[in-house]
Design a protein around this ligand. Structure first.
Ligand SMILES: Cc1cc2nc3c(=O)[nH]c(=O)nc-3n(C[C@H](O)[C@H](O)[C@H](O)COP(=O)(O)OP(=O)(O)OC[C@H]3O[C@@H](n4cnc5c(N)ncnc54)[C@H](O)[C@@H]3O)c2cc1C
Length: 474
């Protein structure tokens, strides 16, 4: 009984929210609290695109809570100081939260728990962001997994055939009236300029936006997911990644809704299994970051610590701005800048071009993605970059260097994706759209840059450098 605090972090929803539901079950009053403390995330505090999303997701959460008679109490400062102060102010005897698994969050949360318990406050924490917390899946030898397929086999078996039922949204959130809260605008999360318009035109942050994206996917794209998910020109994937990152929707809600949509259709069920496997990659990424926390900043495979990465800020800038002269790479980087998102296949291709052909450290790419992706997620981003660079768990073999021309011809055969993002190539004939350099003078005639590097020669250089690094002893 009495008052409890629910500390919202990256679980910006009211439905299927374990901490909120539990607090409401056991207390008369519940104060939903959000603490803005980006300094606690160190080098990986939210980038510009994430801050934009965060602003709107917090506004949406506040609206949902208001509809249920509560509101989101916002504060800035150190999480520990704010929690201690608000506990006293509200006379709360319990604090509830859903767990996060990034290294900084684990350290911070452990310190907060210790201090609160020392004050005589009860702390209750829950898993919610994942199907299974990272310490619930182990190899037969009781070790963390380093390879995806056996990890997924184990997790999939744990999930069973029947989807778990998500928790309903509470109809009432009766909260105490407390002074001293801050206004969302004062957090300064929103960037100015035309870039923001691109984000706003493409996304609806918040729980309702997440639900709408899920419904759209269930109704239109699930059936063809197996094939369409690789075609960057189609809306063949769910685009749920930012909603998942901010906890506006849970994997449990997604599985439950999609299983209902697919019920009775063998084809849809097959597609659903493929989709669940992708969510399995997200679980795997969190598992890896939890057990190998240094992988946000350092190679998992130490043989790459002395790899001769190249430093070339001007070349890096060409990659960031989509001016490499390689159409599929440039299209992806421009999609990222214009919308805050990039198709998964193109993420692999742009990352391969940066780390292999250009020979630059994967962290340069990871940081750029971090600032510009609306779904920037430490676990998924670190795993994705180290996978492509070949220095992480379950890494792509070092000789796998994505060839952007072959990839383009296979997955964007008409060049529709390239034409959409590179106006200079909109009218390019089909035989030139993926490799405009093969016809002398053509690229210049449409004001498109020459390739910054010869794809073949740079591939060979990368193969030699990688073969050498792999010979290093660990
Ligand atoms: C270099 C690189 C960097 C990446 N950085 C991020 C990142 O910062 N944040 C992020 O969410 N994803 C990242 N990914 C993974 C993947 O590209 C995105 O999750 C996916 O494109 C999101 O689109 P979607 O929601 O339509 O995916 P769908 O195909 O609809 O998949 C559903 C969900 O499964 C999860 N998922 C799918 N593929 C992967 C994957 N390979 N790894 C982990 N989870 C996956 C995501 O949560 C996704 O929303 C990265 C991949 C690469 C190669």
């Amino acid at each position: 009984m009495g008052t409890a605090i629910v500390w919202f972090r990256r679980d910006l929803r009211v439905a299927d929210h374990h901490a909120l539901s539990a607090a409401l079950r056991h207390h008369e009053q519940v104060l939903p609290l959000y603490i803005h403390a980006p300094q606690e995330e160190g080098a990986w505090s939210p980038g510009a695109a994430s801050r934009w999303w965060q602003h709107h997701a917090l506004a949406a959460l506040d609206e949902s809570l208001r509809r249920a008679g509560g509101s989101l109490y916002l504060r800035t400062g150190s999480s520990l100081d704010v929690l201690e102060a608000v506990v006293r102010q509200a006379g709360a005897r319990s604090v509830y939260w859903n767990r996060l698994y990034e290294p900084h969050a684990l350290r911070r949360d452990a310190a907060c728990r210790k201090a609160l318990e020392a004050m005589g406050v009860e702390v209750h924490t829950y898993d919610g962001a994942l199907w299974r917390g990272p310490s619930q899946v182990w190899t037969a030898e009781n070790k963390p997994y380093r390879v995806f397929t056996p990890f997924w086999r184990n997790l999939r078996a744990q999930l069973g055939d029947a989807p778990e039922l998500p928790l309903a949204a509470p109809s009432r959130v009766p909260g105490p009236a407390i002074d001293g809260g801050e206004r969302l605008d004062s957090l300064g999360l929103l960037a100015q300029g035309s870039w923001v318009a691109g984000l706003a035109g493409n996304w609806t942050p918040g729980e309702a936006g997440a639900r709408a994206a899920l419904d759209l996917f269930a109704g239109h794209a699930l059936t063809g997911y197996d094939v369409q998910r690789d075609l960057p020109d189609r809306t063949g994937t769910s685009r749920l990644s930012p909603h998942l990152h901010f906890g506006e929707i849970t994997p449990r809600q997604i599985r439950h809704a999609l299983a209902r949509a697919a019920a009775g259709s063998a084809g849809q069920n097959k597609a659903l299994e493929g989709f669940l496997r992708e969510l399995g990659w997200r679980e795997f990424a969190h598992h890896v970051l939890f057990h190998f926390p240094h992988t946000a900043d350092r190679n998992l495979d130490a043989r790459f610590d002395r790899h001769p990465w190249r430093e070339d800020p001007a070349a890096l800038q060409r990659w960031q701005q989509g001016r490499t002269g390689i159409p599929l790479v440039d299209a992806g980087m421009r999609e990222l800048w214009a919308t805050g998102w990039m198709h998964n296949r193109v993420r692999m291709i742009t990352a391969s071009w940066l780390t292999k052909n250009m020979g630059q450290h994967w962290l340069h790419g990871a940081r750029w993605f971090w600032d510009t992706l609306v779904d920037a997620d430490l676990a998924n981003n670190s795993l994705g970059w180290q996978w492509v660079a070949g220095c992480g768990v379950d890494a792509a073999p070092y000789f796998r260097i994505f060839n952007p021309v072959i990839q383009g011809k296979r997955y964007d055969p008409d060049g529709a994706y390239i034409r959409r993002w590179i106006p200079a190539l909109r009218e390019a004939p089909a035989h030139l759209v993926h490799e405009p350099w093969v016809q002398p003078g053509f690229a210049a005639s449409c004001a498109y840059p020459q390739p910054m590097l010869d794809p073949k020669a740079s591939r060979q250089r990368a193969l030699d450098a990688y073969a050498n690094s792999r010979k290093q002893t660990r």
